[in-house]
Ligand binder design. Sequence first.
Ligand SMILES: [Zn+2]
Length: 501
Amino acid sequence: MQNSWYQIQAPGVGQAWIAGWLTSVHNTTSQTGTSQNTTQQKYGKIMTDVLNVRSGPGTNYTLLTKIGLNEVHEIVEQKEGWYKIKVGEQLGWVTADYVELVSAPVNNTENQPTQDNTYAQTVVVTGGTVNIRQQAVIDAKVIAKVNAGERLAITAKQGDWLEVKLYDGTKGWIAEWLTEPTTATTSSRGSILESEVLIAPIAEGKAFKIIDSAGRPILLLEGWTSDQYQISSSNDNKIILELDGPTERNYEGKNTRLGIQGIKIYPKAQKAVIEVSFSFAPTQSISYDEASKKTRIQLGTKQTKGLTGKVIVVDPGHSSIQPGGWLDPGALGKYTGLKEKDVNTDIAFKLKKLLEEAGAGVIMTHTGQTELSLAARAGLANSANADIFVSVHANYSLKNNISGHSTYYYAPTNDAVLNTQKYSRQKLATLVQRELVIAGGRKDMGVLTANFAVLRETRVPSILVETAFLSDVEEEKLLGTEAYRQKLAIGIFNGIKAYFE
Ligand SMILES: [Zn+2]
């Protein structure tokens, strides 16, 4: 390519030049083609969690779709801080602030399912209940449904569709715009998933990353030895990193889920400065690995009041995958057959939303079905060193005229760990029960103790909430309504909130 002109071979004309803006480059490896030129095409790598793709170069334009961290898309036009990019077959505009220019080869099998590394290995489903289809087209046969929050492994990509692997091993296609990318790896802490939520290359071979470790942030420096950076802070809620070596990187962002109110990266003399401010005053635990030149700054919360920065494990009762593939439904409503698992899962997700909006990090033990044992569900809270564990259930009685709300905890004297938590466990159960009764308006059956597996196996304060009775005609009807399930979620939320105050 010479400026914006392409040299072409035209029949009957021989060699000629054509204005670049009148053509589009097609990849071809033929001798007379423009294969040399295609390597100069511009690609943009997305440097933020989620980036909006709009119909025009401005935030006032319609939102077309969302793209995620590390995705690479072709840039076809540029205008005042905005890039027009090609997402599958669709064209749209993104702000240039979160796009890094990279060179990438043209994918010449664009319409074939391909394995490349431009997409995350796993995605999280974002839109309500989403169809999984047999083929990568909108009207293909629906072979399964997945719920918001479920994490799926990607096996291939075709246009705007991702081929994903389902729990039973079968594969199907999900619309990419109903998912968010995650790059999940298993951490040394066991079964807790860590995902990179920001990757900012600072200089050749050097990068700054932010990792979401079960709702808590980890700052990762790659490529600096331990004497090539300084860590300081100008106030309790801020960490400033000064890294040796020049950079051209400027970046501003935030991550509310992790309690990060602002991330600022900018050059200063022969250094790169990274300022990270938090909605809480973080404690730091720093580890440095000499072999890989990696510094890991793990951030925790001091014993502060309020929900901000707390990690809460929410366990929707039942839904365990049984031998043969069916799901344990829990109790079945006496009058309409309403499944307890569906009630529990819905209330649990409503609770998750409320907690996250209040600044807490939430780990769900599952998102609709799980192979985890009850002890393993509790184990999630233990390995994350969560602040509390809350299991959500609905009750059932064979006796007539039994109804109302109840909350369980367990802290026997013969278990040293649980017994030292007796005050916390009882307090959590008491406050949640109090608020549940206020919100739900049914009979107060009180705070009870029971040796339930999830309460026994959790090493952090835990409760099990029996929201209402599926064997009571009125309560089954109430549990069947979205509005009442929301009330119950608010009740549990208010109790948890009171516990941390
Ligand atoms: Zn149950």
